[in-house]
Ligand binder design. Sequence first.
Ligand code: SAM
Length: 318
Amino acid sequence: TDSDTADEAVRATCDDASTCKRFATSKGYWTDPYIQYFVRQTGERKAPEINRGYYARVHGMNHLLDAFLKKTECNCQVVNLGAGLDTTFWRLKGINMMPKKYFEVDFSMIVARKIHNIKTKPPLSKQLIETHSTDSLLFDGHSLDSDRYCIIGADLRDLRGLEEKLKKFQLNTELPTLFLSECVLVYMTPEQSSKLVHWVADTFHTAMFVNYEQVNMGDRFGQVMVENLQRRQCTLAGVEVCCSLDSQKERFLSNGWENADALDMMTVYSILPQDDIARIEHLEFLDEKELLQQLLQHYCICWASKDKLRLGLSQLAF
Ligand code: SAM
C-alpha cells in the first residue's frame, strides 16, 4: 500500500543518517569507535557542509544529553525515539555516564537489524554484558532487554502500544527522564507528534525532551530540501506547521511542558566550543561558506522541560 511505501522510505532515512555519520567520523570530525559495526562501509564522499552539519547535530544533541545526565547525576532514564542505528549508549558507557536505563524505540524492522548487529559483533555485545548482572539477556527478534539498555520495536504514532511496551520493559515514570528525537518527529503529522509530546508530559512529572529537525522551510532553500526528500517518496509530514523556532517551542508549551527553548543550528554552531570548531574547519576546505550557513539555518534544536522535583532542568542550555 501507499502507506507501507511511505513508511519504508522513512525507515530508509535511518541508513542515510548512519552513513553520513560514519563518513564524517572517517574524516575525523569526531570519534565513534562503534558506528563501524552498524555501517560497514565509509560510503561515497559527502560534501564538507554536510559533514559540518552532522558535526553540529551530533555535538548539539550530545551537549544537552550530557548536561541532563550531569544535572540528574545519572539517576535518570533516557528514551531515544526513532533511534535508528545510533551509538549513543556505547558512548555513554565509554565515558562512564550511563543513565539507570537507556531505551531506544524504532520500527520493528530497524530494531531487528540493530539487534542482529549487536548479537553478532562482540565489541557491541561485550558492553551490554558488562552492564548486565545476570547471565540471561532477553532477546527476541523485535526487542532486546538488559539491565541498562533496551531496544523496542514500536510505531511512535501508536501511543498505546508504545506505552505498553515501555512499561513491559520497566520504564519508571517516577524517575527524571530525557526523551531524544533526532530527525524523527518531522516524519509524523503535526497531530501525531503533538500527541506524542503530550503523552510524555502527561506521563512524567520530571522530564526533558530534546528534538532536532528541519525548520524555516518556507523559503526557496527549504522547498528544495522538501523536494529532494519527496523524490525519494519521503514526505516531511510535520514540516508545514513546525516552520519557525516559535512554532517549535509552541508544540511543547501547548502540550503540557513548562519551559521550551529553540535555536537554529547556525546559532548552535557559533556557540559550540570554538577550539574544536577551528579544528574541524581545518579538516576539509569549504568553498562556499554561505551554503553551510543556509543549511544550518534550516535545522534546529528545541528542548523543553517540566520539573516537579526542581532539579533545575530549565537552566539546561548551551
Ligand atoms: N535518530 C537517528 C539518527 O539521528 O541517527 C535516526 C534518524 S532517521 C532520519 C529517522 C528514524 O526515525 C528512522 O530510524 C525511522 O525508522 C524512525 N521513525 C520514523 N517514524 C517512526 C515511527 N512512526 N515509529 C518508529 N520509528 C520511526
